[in-house]
Design a protein around this ligand. Structure first.
Ligand SMILES: [Zn+2]
Length: 244
């Protein structure tokens, strides 16, 4: 099992800091809203191989398509290189000029790492399973289309029509529900990451996304864990180990 964690990091490399048009308080506000807080801890599953993005998604977002013309969130300023803040202000000047360097430094190495992990699993086990691990805020972010704004369930399971076995998504749904979580499939979010070299080509590469509502484990308007965090972590771990 490969755990893909794209959005847990809050690290802004010093060399990239100056290109962001934010003072420290605004940057912290963006990090608060955009970071999938502690997903690296929540999805720390014994025996699984973790591919965790080492910098904040504000630097470049590895979950977006590299080319803006393929990426629906790009129209809101949230393609692979964000140009807007969650409040709608400009995030960076000269985004086009820095694009190539940012992709080379962060985005592409991360995708190579994920791809290599999948190739290794295929060689070793004949099949590779990616868990695409996220969390999301109760209040919608500006790049979420209106159809995403309702039904902010506790746990959303995102599927891909080619790479997610129905048995897997339904087993996850039932397992979370059995533990008392409000869970749904592809509501509000759908899809799950697969490396491009295997996408829609190799059915031995399986992938499913798990999005956890941050209200479940964070204090309101804060990045601090609430008292349910440890129980949630235990539940996620137990469900994933049982299913795999
Ligand atoms: Zn995320």
């Amino acid at each position: 099992m490969i755990i893909h964690i794209p959005h847990s990091s809050t690290f802004i490399p010093p060399r990239e800091r100056d290109s962001l048009l934010l003072d420290q308080a605004d940057l912290e506000h963006e990090l608060l809203r955009l970071t999938d807080w502690y997903t690296d801890e929540l999805f720390d599953i014994p025996g699984a191989y973790s591919v965790c993005y080492p910098v904040s998604r504000i630097i470049t977002d590895p979950e977006r398509f590299e080319d803006d013309s393929d990426e629906t969130a790009a129209q809101y300023g949230f393609g692979a290189i964000y140009t807007k803040t969650t409040g709608g202000a400009n995030l960076r000047d000269h985004a086009d000029e820095s694009r190539h360097d940012l992709l080379e430094r962060y985005y592409r190495p991360h995708h190579r790492k994920l791809s290599e992990a999948v190739t290794r699993e295929l060689k070793k086990a004949g099949v590779a399973l990616i868990i695409d691990a996220h969390s999301y805020p109760q209040d919608p972010l500006p790049f979420e289309p209106p159809r995403y704004h309702n039904n902010r369930v506790d746990v959303c399971i995102g599927t891909d029509s080619f790479h997610t076995p129905r048995k897997l998504s339904e087993a996850l749904l039932e397992s979370f529900r059995a533990k008392g979580y409000r869970a749904s499939i592809n509501v509000p979010f759908s899809g799950s990451i697969v490396p491009e070299q295997y996408y829609n080509k190799n059915p031995k590469v399986k992938s499913v996304m798990i999005e956890i509502n941050r209200d479940l484990y964070l204090l309101k308007d804060s990045s601090e864990k609430n008292s349910h965090f440890n129980q949630l972590k235990e539940d996620v771990s137990e469900i994933l180990r049982a299913i795999v």
